[in-house]
Design a protein around this ligand. Structure first.
Ligand code: ATP
Ligand code: MG
Length: 460
C-alpha cells in the first residue's frame, strides 16, 4: 500500500459541511411536527406530492430567474458523468411541483391543493438556522385565483403554530402587484437609488439594474434609512391588485388573524406576484423567518403551461424545530409503554409471546434482547428498562414461569399501583387487559400525554 493510500484510509470520514444528521434524540420532535402538519394539511383538503430531489438545471434557471440569489450562487449543479446531462439538487420545492403538475396534467379537471416535504440544497454559508441541506414543508394551491386561497394558506399556518404551542410567530404581509406595476415602480426605484449611490453597499450596487427590488430586502444597518424612504411598491398598485390585497386582509381580519403590512417585504424568487407573506420569530437570531409564501400566477406559463394562477408557501423545518425547542410545549421524547425483563430460557420464550400479544393490543413494547455480553443480570436489565422511559417493566423469571404470572412494575412517577412497592403479579392470560387498563388510567391522569405518542387503545 502506498503512503498516499494509507493516509487516505486513516482519514476519518465525516458528514458534509452544512449537512446534518437527524439523531434519535430529535427524531420524536420532527415526527410531532410532521404528524401535526400532515393532519392539518389534510383537514384543509391538501394532497401530498413527491417529486425527485434531482431535476434538470434548466428547470430552476427558468423558474427562479437567473438573477435570484439561489440561481446566482447557491445551487448544487453538476454534469452527469454518464451522459453529460446538466442536473441540480433541488434548492426549493415549487419548481419541481409545477413541473410535475404540467407533466401529468394534474389540473385538467380541477384546481389542486398539493403539499410536499423533503430536503432542499443550497450552497450557503452554514450558520445557525442556515444549512446546505435543510428541509422544507410546502403547500402549493394550483388553479386558484382569488384572495380566499391566499388567506386559507395563511390560516393553515396559523393553525399549525397554535397546535404546536408556538405563540410568538408574527405575520408580515405585502402585495408586490403585477409585472407592469413593478415595472413602473422599478424605474422610480432605480432613479431613487441612483441619487443615493454613495450609500449603497456592494451587493446593492450589483443589484441596482438587475433586481433593485431585492435591495429593499437588505439587512445592512447602514442602508436602512434610505431603504425606508424609498418609493413603496404598494402605492403603485392598480385597481385589481389593490382589490385582491384588500380581499386577503378582509378574510384575515374576519378570522382574527393578526398581521402587519410590511411595504418592504419582497420574496427572493422572480415569479411571485400580488400577495407575499412571511412568518417571523424573534427567538431565532437573524435567521428568524420560519415560513415564506405568496402568489406566483406567472410561473406556470413560464414553464409552458396554460396561464394558471397559483399560490403557496414553504416553511423551514430546522428553524421550526429550533423554535419548538425554545418555546414549544414540553415534550416527552422516545418513551415506550412496556419493557420486558426475563431470566432463563423458558422466560425468554414466554416473553416473546407476551410481547407480541401486547403489540397486538397497540402497545409500544421493548423486549430485552441479548448483546455480546449475553442477556445480562436482572439488575442490568432493570437498568435498561428504566432508561427506556417505559411506563411499566414486566418481569418474568423462573418463579413467574412456574406460576404462569408476570410481575408488573410501574416505572414512571405518578403511576403508583395499589400495592406498596408499585408492583403486582398478573396471570399471563389477563396481562394484556391489565396493562392496557393501567395505561389508559395513567393517560387520563397525565397532562402531557398528547405529546408522548397518542395511543387510541382501540383494541381495548
Ligand atoms: P432567507 O432570507 O433566510 O435566506 P429565503 O428567502 O432564501 O430565506 P425561501 O426560499 O423562501 O427562503 O425558503 C422558505 C423557508 O425555508 C425560509 O423561510 C426558511 O425558513 C427556510 N430556509 C431557506 N433557506 C434555508 C437554509 N439554507 N437553511 C435552513 N432553512 C432555510
Ligand atoms: Mg436564502
Amino acid at each position: 500500500m502506498s503512503e498516499n493510500k494509507k493516509s487516505e484510509k486513516n482519514e476519518k470520514i465525516v458528514s458534509v459541511k452544512g449537512m446534518n444528521d437527524l439523531l434519535p434524540a430529535d427524531a420524536a420532535l420532527w415526527e410531532l411536527l410532521e404528524n401535526t402538519v400532515q393532519s392539518i394539511l389534510k383537514s384543509y383538503g391538501f394532497q401530498q406530492i413527491r417529486t425527485p430531489i434531482v431535476e434538470a438545471t434548466a428547470l430552476f434557471a427558468r423558474g427562479l430567474g437567473t438573477v435570484s440569489d439561489i440561481v446566482e450562487k447557491e445551487m448544487y449543479s453538476f454534469v452527469d458523468a454518464m451522459n453529460g446531462d446538466h442536473l441540480t439538487l433541488r434548492p426549493e420545492g415549487t419548481a419541481g411541483v409545477v413541473r410535475a403538475v404540467l407533466e401529468h396534467n394534474l389540473t385538467y379537471d380541477s384546481p389542486k391543493r398539493l403539499w410536499y416535504i423533503g430536503p432542499m440544497f443550497r450552497h450557503e454559508k452554514p450558520q445557525r438556522g442556515r444549512y446546505r441541506q435543510f428541509h422544507q414543508i410546502g403547500a402549493e394551491a394550483v388553479g386558484f385565483s382569488g384572495p380566499d386561497i391566499d388567506a386559507e394558506l395563511i390560516m393553515l399556518c396559523q393553525r399549525l403554530w397554535d397546535d404546536l404551542g408556538l405563540d410568538k410567530i408574527r405575520l408580515e404581509l405585502n402585495s408586490i402587484g403585477n409585472a407592469e406595476e413593478r415595472q413602473q415602480h422599478r424605474a422610480d426605484l432605480i432613479a431613487y437609488f441612483e441619487s443615493h449611490k454613495d450609500v449603497l453597499d456592494a451587493d446593492a450596487q450589483r443589484r441596482l439594474y438587475t433586481n433593485p427590488l431585492r435591495i429593499l430586502d437588505t439587512k445592512n444597518p447602514a442602508m436602512q434609512e434610505i431603504v425606508n424612504a424609498a418609493p413603496q411598491l404598494l402605492s403603485y398598485l392598480g385597481e385589481e391588485s389593490r382589490a385582491h390585497f384588500e380581499g386577503v386582509q378582509k378574510i384575515l381580519r374576519h378570522n382574527n388573524i393578526p398581521f402587519t403590512i410590511n411595504p418592504r417585504l419582497v420574496r427572493g424568487m422572480d415569479y411571485y406576484n400580488r400577495t407575499v407573506f412571511e412568518w417571523v420569530s424573534d427567538q431565532l437570531g437573524s435567521q428568524g423567518t420560519v415560513c415564506g409564501g405568496g402568489r406566483y400566477d406567472p410561473l406556470i406559463e413560464i414553464f409552458g403551461g396554460k396561464p394558471t394562477p397559483a399560490c403557496g408557501f414553504a416553511m423551514g423545518v430546522e428553524r421550526l424545530i429550533e423554535l419548538m425547542k425554545v418555546s414549544g410545549e414540553p415534550y416527552a421524547p422516545n418513551q415506550c409503554d412496556v419493557y420486558l425483563v426475563h431470566q432463563g430460557e423458558e422466560a425468554q420464550l414466554q416473553s416473546s409471546v407476551l410481547a407480541e400479544r401486547l403489540r397486538d393490543a397497540g402497545l409500544d413494547v421493548v423486549l430485552h434482547c441479548a448483546t455480546s455480553n449475553g442477556s445480562g443480570s436482572f439488575k442490568s436489565q432493570m437498568k435498561r428498562a428504566d432508561a427506556s422511559g417505559a411506563a411499566f417493566a414486566l418481569i418474568i423469571g423462573e418463579d413467574e414461569i412456574a406460576q404462569s404470572k408476570v410481575v408488573v412494575k410501574a416505572m414512571r412517577a405518578g403511576r403508583a399501583d395499589e400495592s406498596q412497592n408499585n408492583q403486582t403479579s398478573v396471570p399471563f392470560d389477563s396481562l394484556v387487559e391489565y396493562v392496557v387498563d393501567q395505561i389508559v388510567a395513567g393517560d387520563e391522569h397525565s397532562h402531557d400525554h398528547s405529546h408522548s405518542h397518542g395511543h387510541d387503545h382501540t383494541h381495548h
